[in-house]
Design a protein around this ligand. Structure first.
Ligand code: APR
Length: 280
């Protein structure tokens, strides 16, 4: 079953003119980073941690020093993320970009693993843990530009441009998506004719709106009737395919055309191999 679906999606990708991928925490679990809502997810195991995560942005707005105490140093979730390495799923994505098939990856993940794997066109919809961002002038800085580890006085990094207290370039719950990333992600969603959705439960908005926007898009296609006459018919503009360990609302609502159920680290390299066979 999976084999025939791998062939089907490889054919869709080879035929595509503008294929993009959307990814979530599920593509990074095989790098040792737990997801959030899967069977061993962070929120699944500790609902209190999810409730606390909803306070993080307010904490920054209320007291940036307290925010930095919570998110910095070896004990924080963010510190561990920086040590992780890409897995075969990320590498397959980077290879599909090198083959000229994949035009962009829009990821919810903040671990930076798509870039580490070699993907160059990556939109980090929820930001990235190895960067800092100024909420006032939107300037971004690499983590290394600031002395963050081992600082003795409480951390309060200021923007190098406008001296405002800055935060991780991570989009916390209740925090707006940076407008540049939001706009670019919409543009990609409007352009794509294949959308590969990997390792996400697709329940967090506004990211989860992107597949629904792609599903609503229609294009006119000339078709030939049995009589030989040609006519124009409206058809779906994008083929939407999920690669996920379990069905999601996108599956149940018919937003995706089909799901290849399994691990991204297994399935995505099979898709790349099949794309190469079809491209010979
Ligand atoms: N291969 C394929 N799918 C996997 C794998 C894997 N190796 N491991 C887990 N999954 C699936 C899970 O079954 C689940 O359906 O990936 C999905 C991950 O869903 P979530 O844990 O909800 O992660 P995500 O969709 O990225 O969450 C979105 O929620 O907490 C916020 O900001 C956080 O960006 C995150 C957002």
């Amino acid at each position: 079953m999976v084999e025939s679906l791998v062939e089907r999606v490889a054919a869709d990708l080879v035929r595509s003119k503008y294929a993009i991928a959307l990814t979530g925490a599920g593509i990074s679990t095989e790098s040792g980073i737990p997801d959030f809502r899967g069977p061993n997810g962070i929120w699944t195991k500790n609902p209190e941690a999810e409730r606390a995560a909803y306070q993080t942005y307010d904490k920054f707005l209320r007291d940036p020093k307290e925010y930095w105490q919570a998110v910095s140093g070896g004990v924080s979730f963010y510190h561990d993320l920086r040590q992780a390495e890409p897995n075969p799923g990320h590498c397959a994505m980077a290879e599909m970009e090198k083959l000229g098939i994949l035009k962009c990856v829009i990821t919810q993940n903040i671990d930076g693993l798509h870039r580490k794997a070699g993907s160059r066109r990556v939109l980090e919809y929820h930001g990235a843990v190895n960067r800092l961002r100024c909420p006032s002038c939107s300037s971004r800085f690499e983590f290394e530009e600031y002395e963050m580890d081992g600082a003795d006085e409480p951390l309060l990094p200021l923007c190098k441009k406008c001296q405002t207290p800055i935060k991780l370039d991570v989009v916390h719950f209740n925090e707006p998506i940076p407008s540049d990333v939001a706009r670019q992600s919409l543009e990609e969603t409007w352009k794509c004719d294949v959308m590969l959705i990997c390792g996400t439960s697709a329940v967090v908005y506004p990211f989860a709106q992107l597949p629904r926007i792609a599903r609503q898009r229609k294009v006119e296609q000339e078709q030939k009737a049995k009589s030989g006459l040609y006519f124009v018919k409206e058809v779906a503009a994008a083929t939407i395919v999920e690669v996920n360990a379990e069905p999601t609302p996108l599956t149940q609502e018919g937003i995706s055309d089909y799901i290849i159920q399994g691990k991204t680290g297994d399935i995505l390299p099979q898709i790349v191999a099949q794309v190469k066979r079809f491209s010979r």
